[in-house]
Write a new protein. Structure first.
Length: 192
């Protein structure tokens, strides 16, 4: 099928908060975390800056470029800002306000695929797809579970961000959908 997600594809990830009004996963500003590259938040558009909202999906288990992405696979997400915006990564603890809602870790990008064991690895879990052949497709809704310490939490939006042009802050949470679809992400393939 033409819309199957394959390793090497570039995608945008739209957050499900409040009827898909959570914004698009985006790099925005430099990270102050040790080993961090860019801060991560959401923004209203997938193209706030050139490549800031574009992510290349890569296998963390050795699957080659062009192979289909299957629900349950472990992936890296490499940002395309400046040609290499770093890898989506858990780094440091969530804020105290976020922790009051079950949050675990802060999220940024890192130069390294695995800044520490599992911090850059995400298990992609599709809610469903059609046909139901285990493949992940453009338009599918997924959860992204981080593998730091074998239990890094689910990627979610949580509170507003201070990033200029940003919408919501990102962290991981122990709960896959603690409120209003904050942990759901819709896959959109980039044009081109």
């Amino acid at each position: 099928m033409a819309n199957e997600l394959k390793y090497g594809d570039q995608i945008h990830l739209q957050n499900g908060y409040n009827g898909w009004q959570g914004g698009y996963l985006d790099t925005n500003g430099h990270s102050g975390a040790a080993g961090g590259k860019y801060q991560v938040s959401t923004t209203d558009t997938p193209s706030r800056g050139k490549g800031t909202g574009t992510w290349e999906i890569l296998s963390a288990t050795g699957k080659s470029t062009g192979q289909p992405v299957v629900s349950g696979d472990v992936v890296y997400l490499r940002n395309q800002y400046g040609g290499d915006g770093g890898y989506l990564d858990t780094n440091g603890h969530a804020s105290d306000v976020q922790k009051n809602a079950g949050a675990k870790y802060d999220v940024s990008t890192s130069e390294a695929r695995d800044r520490a064991a599992g911090t850059g690895r995400w298990r992609i879990l599709a809610r469903s797809s059609s046909p139901a052949d285990q493949s992940v497709r453009a338009g599918d809704v997924v959860h992204l579970w981080n593998l730091y310490g074998d239990n890094g939490g689910f990627l979610e939006t949580n509170n507003t961000t201070t990033a200029v042009g940003g919408k919501y802050d990102l962290c991981t949470n122990a709960y896959f959908n603690r409120s209003s679809d904050v942990g759901e992400w819709k896959i959109h393939k980039t044009q081109g």
